[in-house]
Design a protein around this ligand. Structure first.
Ligand SMILES: Cc1cc2nc3c(=O)[nH]c(=O)nc-3n(C[C@H](O)[C@H](O)[C@H](O)COP(=O)(O)OP(=O)(O)OC[C@H]3O[C@@H](n4cnc5c(N)ncnc54)[C@H](O)[C@@H]3O)c2cc1C
Length: 465
């Protein structure tokens, strides 16, 4: 198996069906390899969603109000909201819905950026910083309201997420975040002592910030649910339809894919870190960081039940953070920043065994079942970017690993802007694309990855506690 390509795509047990006048191919998404014993290179989330609609490729020219490129959270949230407003919309996706970051992430529905709110104000100024913090603070509610409105089985939890301090510096960070958030009236709580141990399921964490706005989803279930909701409202989705060019013609935009075109008044570029092709420079506005995840077999029993008993999502304050969560079947999922490319499988298995033994030493022996990777767009200031490279064209990039809420929120904000012509619906000023190109992107990714590899090796060798 090629370790460099951990795909989320499986097309099995396909049968043909119809959705909203669209011919689709349905897939139960169960991977053919699921009977194979041992650790599989397969995204867990897909295996937990049945009956996923597949959409046909663009086979004729189209004329719409808005053409959206990329079927992840951003593109599909924009499509859903525009279609709800009555706009004629189509989404062009190079591969399949959820093929990018949206189908393979950790599933933490978080409120805010990685940067603390006061730091956002330092970078953006008080007015814009507060506006962005407020918009992202309301974004988990937006995600959960879409799930409720369209009855999406997103396998979600809404019990809040835990930022777990792993040492004294982390505890100080948790205290600062608590002060900054409570000053803004946000429902957060610092857990300490026995209550902290109970929530986290480990005595290795003595302080954690519980953000009650947050929760978790199966991200593949949520993104494929968004696609269904958009098509129910009349949006068209075309899979296996890579965009190669956008050109202008008589005051409209023409989006080219193979022999066919879509003519539109507005175009939303929602390809983010998975952008393919040389038709846009947006992928030059960030550098890549990869993220690795591993999932156990379903765990039960008294010891397993004590791990995150309230099903909060969580992550620790390490330089190379560890994310920890459970899935609907009780699997334990660990994740960390770093790439599996070019590393033996044992590298991250050793890391995962170390993290599990460190936090949950009493867990009886179990097997790791699935491992997979993904990449996200990173910026030095940890703040996303929005662009309006030409009148009628919008793009959002570099969510810095926080895209479930961010993508859903910016998709809706773009829809509101297009409908009402008012830029203030987008809670971040548009940057000039040419001024935002990041130099030495390859080197930045390489240095980051080298540092992460050393950190993980240090953890596995117990040099780093
Ligand atoms: C491993 C991992 C863990 C993460 N964990 C979390 C988390 O816990 N919580 C959180 O909030 N965020 C998390 N993120 C970030 C989040 O997943 C992303 O920010 C989010 O999915 C971005 O959504 P998007 O719609 O903007 O882009 P994507 O979901 O990446 O979608 C872009 C789509 O565009 C398509 N595309 C690319 N080029 C073309 C083209 N030329 N023509 C047509 N289509 C094209 C791609 O195939 C892809 O489907 C994580 C990311 C990764 C990778």
């Amino acid at each position: 198996m090629n370790r460099d390509k951990l795909s989320v795509s499986t097309y099995t047990e396909a049968q043909h069906g119809q959705i909203q006048g669209h011919e689709v191919v349905r897939s139960t998404s169960r991977p053919a390899s699921s009977l194979t014993l041992g650790l599989q290179r397969q995204c867990l989330w897909q295996t937990l969603v049945d009956d996923v609609p597949r959409y046909l490729a663009l086979a004729q020219d189209e004329k719409v109000d808005v053409c959206i490129i990329g079927a992840g959270f951003t593109g599909l949230s924009a499509a859903l909201h525009l279609a709800e407003y009555g706009k004629k919309v189509c989404v062009l996706e190079a591969h399949a819905v959820g093929e990018g970051g949206s189908g393979r992430n950790v599933g933490l529905v978080n409120a805010g950026t990685w940067a603390r709110p006061d730091d956002l104000n330092t970078y953006l100024g008080d007015e814009v910083g507060e506006k962005l913090t407020t918009a992202l603070g309301q974004a988990p509610k937006l995600v959960f309201s879409i799930i409720d409105k369209y009855n999406i089985d997103a396998q979600d939890t809404r019990t809040g997420n835990l930022h777990m301090a792993h040492n004294a510096t982390g505890e100080a960070d948790v205290d600062i975040r608590y002060q900054q958030l409570t000053r803004r009236g946000v429902p957060v709580e610092v857990l300490t002592g026995a209550k902290c141990h109970e929530y986290c399921g480990t005595t290795k964490i003595n302080k954690a910030l519980l953000d009650k706005r947050a929760g978790t989803v199966n991200p593949y279930a949520y993104v494929t649910g968004l696609a269904k909701a958009a098509t129910q409202n009349g949006a068209k989705i075309y899979e296996k339809t890579p965009v190669q060019q956008i050109s202008g013609q008589q005051g409209q935009w023409v989006v080219h894919s193979g022999e066919h075109t879509v003519t539109a008044d507005n175009v939303i570029i929602a390809t983010n870190a998975y952008t393919e092709g040389e038709w846009t420079d947006i992928k030059k506005t960030f550098y890549f960081v990869e993220y690795y995840q591993i999932a156990s077999e379903p765990l039960s029993g008294a010891v397993a039940d004590r791990i995150l008993p309230y099903r909060n999502g969580s992550w620790d304050t390490r330089m190379a953070l560890s994310s920890i969560r459970r899935d609907k079947d009780g699997r334990l999922l660990l994740g960390t920043v770093g790439s599996a490319t070019g590393k033996p499988q044992q590298f991250f298995v050793s890391w995962a065994n170390h993290v599990q033994k460190h936090y949950f030493p009493d867990l009886p022996k179990f097997n790791w079942q699935y491992e997979w990777c993904g990449k996200f767009g990173f910026t030095k200031d940890h703040i996303m970017r929005v662009f309006e490279p030409a009148p009628g064209i919008l793009a959002a990039t570099a969510y810095n690993g926080r895209g479930i809420t961010t993508g859903t929120m910016f998709g809706k904000a773009f829809a509101d802007y297009i409908m009402q012509g008012d830029k203030t619906h987008v809670p971040l000023p548009f940057k000039n694309l040419d001024d935002s190109l990041v130099s030495l992107r390859g080197w930045r990714s390489w240095f980051t990855e080298a540092g992460l590899t050393l950190y993980h090796a240090g953890q596995s060798l117990k040099i780093i506690p």
